[in-house]
Ligand binder design. Structure first.
Ligand code: NAD
Length: 245
């Protein structure tokens, strides 16, 4: 399926690597009018700009509410937003600190609300329609030892998605989440490269493999497109059937 984004401005957070980087490449291929690539890693964004000069890169620490508002408020209207930036750390339950809680919630959850409000309110004021995809995780509703804070931050993302779908849907903006299992990215490697940990998960995955970044990008392009015009408030596992086993 070819999705064409001609005439649409798109913005991706967490664009320096992994899923976000692949999305930027796919949005350029889909001929989006303007592609904004946002993340905290200035060096990686420089490299991205060298390989894809048409992309507008913005270094933003999304955990900072006001800084984010200052940096993103002056952009052109964005029709398609992908909230992709995320962080993950393991901690044994019983040893979790306030700083670890805030670290996850500031980036994985609060930033989604902040960025979405900036982008969506501007779009509504301009009388235009759009679509948002939040990258959640299967961890929002399938539970793994020592993942408490990450799981909780992603469960909140699903909740934000559904409420935003109700509120913004009436104003012409669809909001959906996707919930992947393991994806082949630096984060995926950090969390799942140990076969003793990933093996049982893979065994319970009917399709017998984890996600590539293109599996994720294909789904997001579909959700952003008009072909998905009646999908709003969906929390969609992309897990090869794992969550049904
Ligand atoms: N990789 C997986 O197995 C997997 C599985 C399920 C869900 N996810 C989710 O998919 C999303 C992307 O994951 P990925 O695997 O590409 O991760 P990654 O670690 O490869 O990339 C994360 C991106 O987020 C950016 N980022 C982190 N903190 C930031 C901050 N404070 N401000 C701005 N940018 C910041 C990083 O610079 C990077 O560009 C995340 O939300 C993650 O939770 C990943």
């Amino acid at each position: 399926m070819n999705v064409n984004l001609k005439g649409k401005n798109v913005l991706v957070t967490g664009a320096s690597r992994g899923i976000g980087l692949r999305l930027v490449e796919r949005f350029v291929e889909a001929e989006a009018a303007k592609v904004y690539a946002v993340c905290i890693d200035g060096e990686a964004l420089e490299k991205l700009k060298e390989s894809l000069p048409s992309v507008e890169t913005l270094i933003v620490d999304l955990s900072k509410w006001e800084e984010t508002r200052e940096r993103l408020s002056s952009l052109d209207i964005v029709h398609c937003l992908v909230n992709c930036a995320g962080v993950v750390e393991y901690t044994e339950t019983g040893q979790i600190t306030e700083a670890q809680w805030d670290f996850h919630f500031d980036v994985n959850t609060k930033a989604i609300l902040n960025v979405s409000q900036i982008i969506c309110n501007k779009l509504i004021a301009a009388g235009e329609k759009g679509s948002v995809v939040n990258i959640s995780s299967i961890a929002s509703h399938r539970f793994t030892p020592n993942h408490l804070v990450y799981s909780a931050s992603k469960a909140a993302v699903d909740n934000i998605t559904c409420t935003m779908a109700v509120d913004y849907g009436r104003k012409g903006i669809r909001v959906n989440s996707i919930n992947p299992t393991v994806v082949s990215t630096p984060m995926g490697a950090k969390m799942w490269s140990d076969p003793a940990k990933s093996g049982p998960l893979l065994e319970r995955t009917p399709t017998g493999r984890f996600n590539t970044t293109d599996d994720i990008a294909d789904l997001i392009l579909f959700l952003l497109s008009e072909r998905a015009a009646m999908l709003n408030g969906v929390v969609l596992p992309i897990d090869g059937g794992y969550s049904r086993c």
